[in-house]
Write a protein that binds this ligand. Structure first.
Ligand SMILES: [Zn+2]
Length: 300
């Protein structure tokens, strides 16, 4: 409370100091602001709803949030951070944003968040930090790890993408080899069209440079994947595994212009009909969006 007073954090309604300033936030205004930042209205709505439910607890008894599930904590942290940014944009005062960040760190609200749920939206800052740490890993294992992150493929699919012969003809060919489209923007589209049991993978995209490095590796079998997994785990102090890279990929794409549907398609979870639609009609747009959210941010 002292901090709220000291840092000039004002009540949005009265413009005065008020220990319960967060109650006077206009959820509709916050929604309007966030909506311009997300493709899907629902995502912005969910964030505002989380804010409304948890702001009071967050600013008064944040320790109570510790007992919530990882999934919920992540949403709460995300909602509070987005609120801090909204507040900063509106009142030109970054102090609240900094305070929120400190509360999250001090009460370890995003600690030991493990990823199990299918659509799991981890705290954005946490993902970014983890990914940068993961991308530090060099050498051949680094290439496997980077490929896992940039493609979002499952373990077996990674090996499949490495071993399967490449067909020379482009779209429209129905053979069971890989079909690759190299885009001028530095992205390669890898059409796997693979279905094993319930697990589909239609196509994915990766930076072309990475694709070439990946394909020139000698072996990417289960064994190499296992070693990559161990190295990754020790490099991140047990916080991330090879499987988590697929989740990070999904989460980043979900928040980008690609949105939930596009992310589902790339993760091989959408119906094949919508994957085909994307492949035929949305590919240019999608690869441009991918350049923005993945290549420019993470590919060095
Ligand atoms: Zn073919």
């Amino acid at each position: 409370m002292q901090r709220i007073r000291d840092k000039g954090i004002k009540d949005p309604l009265t413009g005065e100091f008020n220990p319960t300033f967060y109650r006077n936030v206009n959820p509709e205004d916050m929604l309007r602001d966030l909506s311009t930042r997300y493709v899907y209205q629902k995502h912005a709505k969910d964030l505002v709803r989380y804010y409304e439910r948890f702001a009071e607890i967050f600013f008064t008894k944040p320790q109570l949030i510790q007992s919530e599930s990882g999934h919920k904590r992540a949403w709460i942290c995300d909602a509070m951070r987005r609120f801090g940014e909204y507040y900063d944009r509106k009142f030109h005062n970054p102090e609240l944003r900094i305070l929120i960040d400190e509360v999250i760190k001090r009460y370890e609200l995003n600690k030991k968040i493990r990823i199990h749920d299918r659509i799991w939206l981890a705290d954005e800052g946490y993902i970014e930090k983890m990914v940068f740490q993961i991308l530090e890993i060099d050498g051949e294992l680094g290439i496997i790890i980077k490929f896992a992150f940039f493609s979002g493929l499952r373990g077996e699919e990674i090996t499949y993408a490495h071993e399967t012969e490449i067909c020379d003809s482009l779209m429209g060919c129905n053979c069971d080899r890989l079909h690759i489209i190299h885009k001028r923007n530095g992205i390669s589209i890898i059409v796997l069209n693979r279905l094993v049991g319930q697990k589909h993978s239609y196509f994915t995209m990766v930076p072309t440079l990475l694709w070439n490095e990946f394909r020139s590796l000698k072996r990417v079998t289960k064994e190499e994947r296992k070693i990559a997994h161990v190295v990754l785990k020790s490099h991140t102090g047990g916080k991330a595994t090879l499987m988590d890279l697929r989740k990070f990929h999904y989460n980043i794409l979900c928040r980008s212009q690609i949105g939930e549907t596009g992310a589902e398609v790339l993760a091989g979870r959408a119906k094949s009909i919508s994957a085909k639609h994307y492949l035929i009609h949305e590919l240019d747009k999608m690869s441009e969006q991918y350049v923005k959210c993945m290549l420019q941010t993470y590919f060095k």
